[in-house]
Write a protein that binds this ligand. Structure first.
Ligand SMILES: NC(=O)c1ccc[n+]([C@@H]2O[C@H](COP(=O)([O-])OP(=O)(O)OC[C@H]3O[C@@H](n4cnc5c(N)ncnc54)[C@H](OP(=O)(O)O)[C@@H]3O)[C@@H](O)[C@H]2O)c1
Length: 306
């Protein structure tokens, strides 16, 4: 099969190569992939002990074409959304992948494989963000980097809970963030953006969610005394705590498949939108990766396999 691979631990270059189709084990299925999601983590997020060439990728959607003896909940021919995070046998950036039964969710009939492939990583991270911020109806939330893959989902999930949202991105994304549910928007290039958020929130927001790396240090300035700052990209260490504000890096929480299924059901009922800025053809997957690495994607990028 054709697959995008890393060829060694020392180089992070990603290459298109011909490799063997992975062999299933008893608790796994073999999937003919229809589309896979693209994330900034895809180039470097690989298990510590793997053999090369290693097929990269964490998420996708496609059709089950073979299954192991212990797979009881899914059948050959079913379309599924799946994750392959840190799987020793390789990931989703290929024509075929294997995945554990526990990493599968049925693709609703009214969603395309491209939509399905865009959901798992951003969707799970957004659910984790909502759980971490623990805000309720009427609370104020500032989101730094709200027009990307995670922010697109977080705005909608927070709005659903009645949370009032101020969101940052460059000006071209302001109408977009408002269309998702942001009440107030700021441009991080505007020197007055912190003051504007403080004015909007009458002196400081209850919680800030710093999604983009490096946004934690500025975001803490617009949190009210004793409020909460959650960082998503690991910069909690560089934030100097002040005014009894709790600063925490978002942790990884165990999620039951039920919570992801609930999110996917909301998407299939059009209560939550998935936004795919661009679908790339298979041969252009590395171009998609480079685009996501510019940190300027609106919503999600996916690669489709015809
Ligand atoms: N903790 C976890 O489990 C986890 C999981 C997945 C991802 N992540 C991390 O989360 C981060 C975000 O991921 P993502 O996929 O949502 O990002 P993304 O899609 O790359 O986000 C891009 C968006 O962020 C905006 N942006 C860029 N720089 C900004 C800044 N300084 N301030 C405000 N907005 C800015 C851009 O808007 P403009 O184009 O308008 O500038 C763009 O629309 C990544 O660093 C990723 O590694 C963490």
């Amino acid at each position: 099969m054709k697959a995008f691979v890393r060829t060694s631990i020392t180089t992070q270059e990603v290459e298109l190569q011909e490799v063997d189709i992975p062999k299933i084990q008893a608790d796994k299925v073999l999937i003919k992939i229809g589309a896979f999601g693209v994330g900034i983590h895809d180039r470097y997020f690989i298990p510590s002990e793997v053999s090369f060439p290693y097929v990269i990728g964490s998420e996708g959607a496609g059709t089950i074409i073979e299954k192991g003896d212990e797979v009881t909940d899914f059948n050959i021919g079913e379309k599924v959304i799946f994750t392959t995070i840190l799987q020793i046998q390789g990931g989703s950036w290929a024509e075929y992948a294997i995945a554990k039964q526990s990493a599968l969710i049925r693709l609703p009939n009214n969603l395309s494989v491209e939509q399905g492939a865009s959901i798992p990583i951003a969707g799970k991270t957004a659910l984790e963000c909502i759980r971490e911020i623990n805000s309720n109806n009427g609370d104020t939330l500032f989101i730094a980097g709200a027009s990307g893959a995670i922010g697109t989902m977080v705005i909608q999930l927070a709005k659903e809970k009645g949370i009032r949202i101020s969101a940052s991105a460059s000006a071209k994304n302001h109408d977009y963030m408002k269309s998702l549910g942001a009440e107030h928007t700021v441009d991080y290039n505007d020197p007055a953006w912190i003051i504007k958020v403080k004015e909007w929130s009458n002196g400081g927001v209850d919680t800030a969610l710093a999604i983009q790396p490096g946004t934690g240090s500025d975001s803490i300035k617009l949190v009210k005394d004793g409020g909460l700052l959650i960082t998503v990209s690991g910069d909690s260490q560089t934030v100097i705590p002040e005014r009894n504000i709790e600063v925490r890096q978002m942790g990884h929480q165990l999620f039951s498949n039920e919570e992801m299924i609930e999110l996917i059901n909301k998407i299939s009922q059009d209560k939550i939108k998935v936004v795919i800025e661009r679908e790339f053809p298979f041969n252009d997957a590395v171009e998609a990766l480079k685009k996501t690495e510019t940190r300027s994607a609106r919503g999600k990028l996916v690669v489709k396999i015809n």
